[in-house]
Design a protein around this ligand. Structure first.
Ligand code: CAA
Length: 258
């Protein structure tokens, strides 16, 4: 499949999607989000892929929703066209782990795209902000919801109301990102992390992702119940028995992803 706004390749069991609108700092227009959604769905359906990475350029992961595209839209345009909902939400349906590898600007929708991923690896140059208030807009791709869950209300309000930009170290301290790496090592270290994740049993990864996401979306009692059912489900799998027996036999497990 040919793409005009992203680049797609597989490295072993890791599917890489590189946002590629360099002149617009990877601003997320509908064409890009359509291609991103299709690429995510394709990797999610590919049994040879165990983890997916989304990345941008050295200068920008993504500078947000495309302001030029949105500038003259009306209420009816965004309602009838299901802005955000139609394509940005595709990422929520991906069952495999998705890692954002962020260098440079992750602003507005770019920050929200990273927040929608399961793991964020930030280069030292990464900068995170929700500057929509400067446009008299609001972070409307999950930012007002995911950011407070990730870093708490006080920090999220500060970022959303003042457009404060966080550098990678601040983002790490606040719990916005999973880990920080040197710029020169971003792609290599993200590939190593993604390959490690992808080497594990895929159904177990999917169960863990679903369970952790329950923690965001349900009361503790419901989350614990969901987790317990997911745990019991592991005993119906080949891989869990293989993993435990391999440990006891002091050998490397041979997962079959079933
Ligand atoms: N949409 C469209 N084009 C964008 C863009 C965006 N979000 N961000 C940058 N660009 C374009 C610029 O217009 C510029 O184009 P030209 O060369 O044709 O003038 C080009 O990318 C390079 O940008 P700058 O010259 O501004 O680069 P810089 O290095 O001086 O600044 C920046 C970088 C700080 C990221 C700055 O570009 C910026 O502030 N961008 C806008 C960030 C923003 O407001 N994002 C939120 C968008 S709204 C949103 O995301 C809503 C939502 O929740 C869904």
């Amino acid at each position: 499949m040919t793409h005009s706004t992203i680049q797609v390749q597989a490295q072993g069991r890791v599917g890489w999607i590189t946002l590629h609108r360099p002149r617009q700092l990877n601003a997320l227009n509908d064409a890009l989000m359509d291609e991103l959604g299709a690429a995510l769905r394709a990797f999610d359906a590919d049994p040879g892929i165990g983890a997916i990475v989304i990345t941008g350029s050295d200068k920008a992961f993504a500078a947000g929703a495309d302001i030029e595209a949105m500038a003259d839209w009306t209420f009816m345009d965004v309602t009838a066209g299901q802005f955000i909902t139609r394509n940005w939400e595709a990422i929520r349906s991906v069952r495999k782990p998705v890692i954002a590898a962020v260098a440079g600007y992750a602003m507005g929708g770019g920050c929200e795209l990273a927040l929608a991923c399961d793991v964020i690896v930030a280069a030292e140059s990464a900068r995170f902000a929700l500057p929509e208030i400067k446009l008299a807009m609001l972070p409307g791709a999950g930012g007002t919801q995911r950011l407070p869950r990730a870093i708490g209300k006080a920090k999220a309000m500060d970022m959303c109301l003042s457009a404060r930009m966080l550098d990678a170290q601040e983002a790490d301290r606040y719990g916005l990102v999973s880990r920080v790496v040197p710029d020169a090592g971003l792609l290599e270290q993200t590939q190593a992390l993604a390959a490690q994740i992808a080497s594990y049993s895929l159904p177990a990864l999917v169960a863990i992702k679903e369970s952790v996401n329950r923690a965001w979306e349900s009361p503790l009692s419901e989350g614990i119940l969901f987790e317990r059912r997911a745990l019991y489900g592991r005993f119906a799998s080949h891989d869990a028995h293989e993993g435990m027996h391999a440990f006891l036999d002091k050998r490397t497990p041979a997962f079959e992803h079933r």
